[in-house]
Design a protein around this ligand. Structure first.
Ligand code: C2E
Ligand code: MG
Ligand code: MG
Length: 588
């Protein structure tokens, strides 16, 4: 071989070995020795390529034989693990090229074997493929991989179904369907906004860990983005099984998360869809996922922290919902909201000591729409913040007007005009500008803070107790009253009552409804009354409808009640009349 070529070969980063067709070595370069971890000159005298154990271990020999037979070959990269031949080093990916060199008579004179170490390139390719299929934050499969696995699972379910039908005996054990759980965190935005993105990321990582931890080995847990997670359940027998899995999942997330020393609770809303031949969700991956999404929205609408199963027709309602959202925005611009006022009566004196402002939507076609039909959506879209601002302003004006027009007037006849109670949704409570907004509403209406009380539900407060305490203290510092609404339906952690500066508990009307009928409800109501008094708080019973409920409440020592038994939520004018006749009613 010419000297200049020899130099090129010897210095090449590629591992090169030239040998004669019988396998006798003619030339090997330094890279070759390096590749096989050989000392220089370690190759034995009379080395024959066909006797090389390491080459045998790579699976290269058949390709070399092809080269000897006169074929140039470029096989796919081979994985070579040096451990197989007792040599040290990491497994490597090798890309071989085999070139026969022929003479004029087309006889193979020598064969050149070139090997490129492509381990790095392979690793990079794998890394890119992994990244394309996984969420970098949590390491979970992403939407692409999830849909791929869902597609494959549906195909398998379809085949089991056919096999089952063909045999005429139904499918094996019956557990042959596919279910998707679509889970969305209820308070993620809040964690992100108030505790920062790092805490948000940390929460997602911990949620991912718990979901993975509680899923069966064949199931796929994926993150679709944001705070949306999906779980693919295979070989599910019935919707009930899928529901049980969703419940297990929610339980797993029940315990508080530790975000840098802060305890944060995360509830979830989960949509469940059952798929496979003949099932509501159908047999198509994209469609199934979007049905699960729709069901998840239904769970959110239902009040969050719950699950909902997909039903045919839900999608139509989902598009209705979009229409409703647009309507709601317009309603805000056109000021189509109105307030009703429900009296809260002191059971000892019979006087109206409070008035709860309750919002309604005066819809141009649908008439008066109750809050249950638009507040959850307003809450979800954030529209509740401007709507709530309007409610607060309107309620403060009303309260101020009452003071001027009541027979006694402010301070007149020694009577204290009723406090106005305004509901705050969880979203409003977490809204950063809340304290300023309340200050502004009071100032603008010229109302003293003592005349206003804000109602907050337990769950709004429990999303992040430390943050809630800060907000509650801020409100308290203004001088406004604070009430826990629907008490008993949320966390009911007695623990927080000591720490939270609240003034009133409103016993949820579901318990009041059970008075005289359910011993449990009796025990709960009397327990709440006792608890409130022990902590120096006022109690207001909601939803009192009958004389006998009223009597029981009085026996229990409950001092304030509200409900249809006294009055429904009244328009402003009717409220004035009610208050004007308050004293007369009492006398009669
Ligand atoms: P809530 O704060 O617990 O209000 C009490 C609900 O019970 C009111 O329903 C009221 O009309 C109803 N109610 C009162 N007495 C009785 C009774 O004797 N029997 C029965 N069955 N029901 C009675 P409404 O007005 O439909 O409001 C429902 C919920 O909507 C409220 O529950 C509150 O959570 C929310 N809401 C109402 N107004 C607002 C608002 O301005 N802002 C926010 N964020 N939420 C509001
Ligand atoms: Mg209320
Ligand atoms: Mg309530």
């Amino acid at each position: 071989m010419e000297v200049r070529y020899r130099t090129v070969i010897e210095q090449s980063p590629l591992s090169i070995h030239v040998f004669s067709p019988d396998g006798t070595s003619l030339l090997a370069n330094a890279s070759w020795d390096e590749l096989w971890n050989l000392e220089e000159g370690e190759e034995p005298e009379g080395y024959n390529i066909f006797d090389d154990e390491q080459l045998h271990a790579t699976g290269l020999i058949p390709h070399i034989e092809e080269g000897v037979a006169g074929e140039a070959v470029t096989p796919r990269p081979l994985l070579y693990d040096p451990a197989e031949t007792g040599r040290g080093g990491e497994p490597r990916w090798l890309q071989p090229f085999v070139y026969p060199v022929k003479d004029e008579g087309q006889r193979v004179r020598e064969v050149t074997l070139i090997i490129e170490d492509v381990t790095e390139r392979k690793r990079l390719e794998e890394e890119l493929a992994y990244r394309a299929n996984h969420d970098p934050l949590t390491g979970l499969p992403n939407r692409i991989l999830f849909l791929e696995r869902l597609g494959a699972a549906l195909e398998r379910a379809g085949r089991r179904d056919e096999a089952g039908n063909g045999a005429g005996n139904g499918a094996g054990n019956g557990a042959d369907k596919v279910a998707v759980l679509f889970t969305d965190l209820d308070n993620f935005k809040y964690v992100n906004d108030s505790l920062g993105h790092r805490a948000g990321d940390e929460l997602l990582i911990q949620v991912a860990g718990r979901l993975r931890g509680c899923s069966r080995s064949g199931d796929t847990v994926a993150r679709l983005g944001g705070d949306e997670f999906v779980v693919l359940l295979e070989e599910v027998g019935s919707l009930a099984d899928a529901v049980a899995a969703a419940e297990g999942l929610a339980r797993e997330l029940d315990a508080p998360f530790d975000l840098d020393g802060r305890e944060v609770f995360a509830t979830t809303s989960t949509g469940i869809v059952f798929g496979g031949p003949g099932e509501a969700g159908g047999s198509e991956a994209e469609g199934l996922l979007s049905s699960a999404d729709t069901a998840m929205y239904r769970a959110k609408e239902g009040g969050k922290d719950r699950h909902a199963a997909y039903e045919v027709g839900m999608r139509a309602r989902a598009s209705e919902r979009l229409g409703l959202e647009a309507d709601l925005r317009r309603a805000l611009e056109r000021e189509e909201f109105v307030l009703r006022y429900q009296p809260e009566v002191d059971l000892r004196s019979g006087r109206t000591v409070g008035v709860e402002a309750l919002v309604r939507w005066q819809h141009p076609e649908r008439g008066l729409v109750p809050p249950s039909e638009f507040v959850p959506l307003a809450e979800e879209t954030g529209l509740i913040v401007p709507i709530g601002r309007w409610v607060l302003g309107e309620a403060c004006h009303k309260a101020r007007a009452l003071r001027g027009r009541l027979p006694g007037g402010v301070g007149g006849a020694g009577e204290v005009p009723p406090t106005i109670f305004v509901n705050l949704s969880a979203r409003q409570f977490r809204h950063r500008g809340l304290v300023e907004e309340v200050t502004e509403a009071l100032r603008e209406a010229g109302l003293e803070p003592e005349a206003l009380a804000l109602e907050i539900t337990e769950s709004a407060v429990m999303g992040d107790p430390p943050e809630a305490v800060v907000t509650l203290r801020g409100l308290k510092a203004l001088g406004v009253g604070l009430a826990v609404d629907d008490f008993g339906t949320g966390y009911s952690s007695m623990n927080y009552l000591k720490r939270f500066p609240v003034d009133h508990l409103k016993v949820d009307r579901s318990f009041v409804a059970g008075l005289g009928r359910s011993r449990e409800d009796e025990a709960i109501v009397s327990g709440v009354v006792g608890l409130a008094h022990a902590l120096g708080l006022g109690v207001i019973a909601e939803g009192v409808e009958t004389e006998s409920q009223l009597a029981r409440l009085q026996e229990m020592g409950c001092e304030t009640a509200q409900g249809y038994h006294f009055a429904e939520p009244l328009p402003g004018e009717a409220l004035l009349e009610w208050l004007a006749t308050d004293r007369e009613r009492l006398r009669s």
